[in-house]
Write a protein that binds this ligand. Structure first.
Ligand SMILES: [Zn+2]
Length: 225
């Protein structure tokens, strides 16, 4: 029996989950055309499930998701994987706690990325989800490890699960693909609200001790136990 046969059920489940999560990107208007993608790590295996490249959101099915190894090589699938596969594979190789990665060019967050400006922590919802500012990563282009390295290096030492890659867009991580999608949704929401706030004046920062308190409560006590 091959290793792939052992994980057949897990992969079937993740194909469904990753496919379904793409509908959240369109529902929250984080993507246009074929841009953006979601991936999930196959727990316990050096594999990931990711969106196929250039396929319209309406045409995504569990069956056309692509299974790749963590060097970005296709293991199973009829389509080429997302062009962000190498960047996401790099994240999975270097951050073992990450189970899901999301990439979008959502409008407001990407406008901050275009200015290379971190989004300051001036909202309790930002403290909850990001534990501080949402940082900016370096300018990088597809073709080598530089996007993946930029994401990992920037998030190192930040509590934020999202990074604004300069002149590009959002990469968000999570313990699961669903958590990574939530971070991408919240990142856009925070980016939009702080942008609106700035139109009429300077947003007021939240004291660091309250940022810590909010982050701790939201990460450890919020929601259904
Ligand atoms: Zn992109």
């Amino acid at each position: 029996m091959t290793a792939l046969t052992d994980v057949r059920d897990t992969i079937t489940q993740l194909r469904r989950e990753v496919c379904a999560l793409h509908a959240e990107l369109t529902r929250y208007q984080l993507v246009v055309w074929t841009a953006g993608n979601v991936s999930a790590r196959v727990p316990g295996h050096d594999l990931m499930v990711i969106k196929p490249s250039g396929v319209a959101y309406d045409e995504l099915t569990p069956g056309n998701m692509v299974v790749c190894d963590l060097d970005g090589r296709v293991v199973e699938g009829d389509h080429a994987p997302s062009s962000d596969t190498d960047a996401q594979a790099y994240v999975y190789r270097h951050l073992p706690h990450v189970g899901g990665v999301v990439h979008t060019h959502s409008t407001y967050a990407t406008a901050w990325a275009a200015r290379a400006e971190p989004i300051p922590c001036v909202l309790t919802m930002a403290a909850d989800e990001f534990g501080g500012e949402i940082p900016v990563g370096p300018f990088a282009v597809i073709g080598d490890d530089s996007i993946g390295r930029g994401i990992v290096d920037t998030l190192h030492g930040h509590r934020s699960p999202a990074v604004l890659m300069r002149n590009h867009g959002v990469f968000a991580i999570g313990r699961t693909a669903r958590a990574a999608v939530a971070a991408a949704v919240m990142c856009e929401d925070v980016a939009r609200t702080v942008h609106v706030a700035r139109q009429l004046g300077a947003p007021v920062p939240i004291e660091p001790r309250y940022v810590d308190q909010l982050f701790d409560r939201y990460q450890n006590a919020y929601g259904q136990r």
